[in-house]
Design a protein around this ligand. Structure first.
Ligand code: PMP
Length: 402
């Protein structure tokens, strides 16, 4: 069954960069469900790519948005006037982060958060070279793309930032390339678009030590891993390290656009001098987004969603254990299903979609299917989705004779 309309029929003036858009029109979304205009209901098993961790339209988030709408929308370039939702949310973040991550700069998106982090590292260290990792994804603006480890996405846009070295992710020996010329090393705790790759135990500790030894700043991009998805509020907690700069977005806004780069007050001060206003943004930290984020974070803590992510991950693993080809990796409720080939992965995604479960690929790996349901997905909905995924795997297995 392929009942999706063509782009040309429904959105002739919208620029979609996807070659194979699903093309379904969303009528509304509620909790773990998307309701389409063609009358179908889908279980959202990718949460809008790790955004809707509380499901869609959480009532507490909606209430906070409505309250803020009654007060004010945009009033001034970020940081010039005091806006209560920004202050309140930054205080909440500081409460749950280590003391050295006590100063938050709000942006609108993930790539912008990484842009700010890279600039901060250059400004603070006075160095310009950077280290990043193969198969990483940090965003699509020029700076973030410069540290994204995939040639096919970089090549059409060269020249990008100079002086970037890419190392194999998880390789201990490669870390000697981080030397005293390096401003920063940027890494994801788990490579999301790279196919949910978790590095070997102890590797992040070795990276942390190396950065400290040579005076390079460690930037952790937790845009996908942050806000309870992996079983801790932040994935660096699994590694028992603290980054110099943390970048966040996606689930942070509870469904509203918001990002942040976070560091120490001392480091962040370097963006206030020589010259002042070394980094500014008009819409960063939009009051409605900050109000939504503040409510979303409170829900995550009150509903203990970090623990719930572990439970969801275990349910997925134990249910799919008996399904064919179910090679799972990742942490908590950020999992990748690594299949033997791209056509098999494609077939599994299609079969699931036809049976009401929305899954998706990862950007750098055509064989890895992303499993990232809302963390508060009701148990019976989770079971329903896993039933569908399980039988799609059996069907694909039988069809391909693997
Ligand atoms: N970093 C990571 C790890 C991401 O997964 C993404 C988005 N997939 C980004 C950065 C970019 O975020 P945005 O799309 O909000 O710019």
């Amino acid at each position: 069954m392929d009942d999706s309309p063509m782009k040309a029929d429904i959105a002739p003036h919208l620029a979609w960069t996807s070659d194979h858009p699903l093309g379904y029109e969303v009528e509304r979304a509620e909790g773990p469900f998307l309701f389409l205009t063609n009358g179908r209901r889908l279980i959202d098993f990718i949460s809008g790519i790790a955004v809707s961790s509380l499901g869609h339209r959480h009532p507490k988030v909606l209430e906070a948005i409505r309250d803020q709408l009654e007060k004010h929308l945009h009033v001034m370039v970020y940081g010039e006037l005091i806006q209560a939702p920004q202050v309140q949310f930054s205080n909440q973040l500081a409460d749950i982060l280590p003391p050295s991550l006590d100063c938050v700069y709000f942006t609108m998106s993930g790539t912008e958060a990484n842009e700010g982090a890279l600039k901060l590292a250059k400004k603070y260290t006075g160095r310009s070279r950077m280290v990043a990792f193969e198969h990483s994804y940090h965003g699509d603006s020029h700076g973030s793309l410069s540290v994204t480890g995939r040639n096919i996405y970089q090549d059409p846009f060269r020249p990008l930032l100079p002086g970037i070295t890419f190392l194999p992710f998880g390789d201990f020996e490669a870390l000697t390339a981080v030397d005293d010329q390096i401003a920063c090393v940027i890494a994801e705790p788990i490579q999301g678009e790279g196919g949910m790759r978790v590095p070997p135990p102890g590797w992040f500790k070795a990276l942390r030590t190396r950065c400290s030894d040579v005076g390079a700043l460690l930037i952790l991009d937790e845009i996908q891993t942050g806000f309870c998805r992996t079983g801790h509020p932040f994935a660096f907690e699994h590694e028992e390290i603290v980054p110099d700069i943390l970048t966040l977005a996606k689930a942070m806004g509870g469904g509203m656009p918001l990002g942040a780069f976070i560091s120490s007050t001392k480091k962040m001060e370097s963006l206030r001098r020589d010259p002042p206003l070394s980094h500014v943004t008009t819409f960063g930290g939009h009051p409605v987004s900050c109000a939504a984020a503040s409510a979303a974070l409170q829900v995550m803590l009150d509903e203990r969603l970090a623990e719930r992510a572990v439970w969801v991950g275990e349910r997925i693993r134990s249910k799919l254990k008996h399904a064919p080809m179910a090679n799972l990796r990742g942490r908590g409720a950020m999992l990748g299903l690594d299949l033997p080939s791209s056509p098999i992965a494609e077939q599994v995604v299609k079969t699931c979609l036809n049976h009401g479960v929305l899954l998706g690929w990862t950007l750098h790996s055509g064989t890895v299917i992303r499993l990232a349901p809302p963390l508060n997905i009701p148990e019976e909905v989770l079971e329903e989705a896993l039933e569908v995924i399980s039988s799609a795997l059996s069907q694909a297995h039988a069809g391909h004779g693997t």
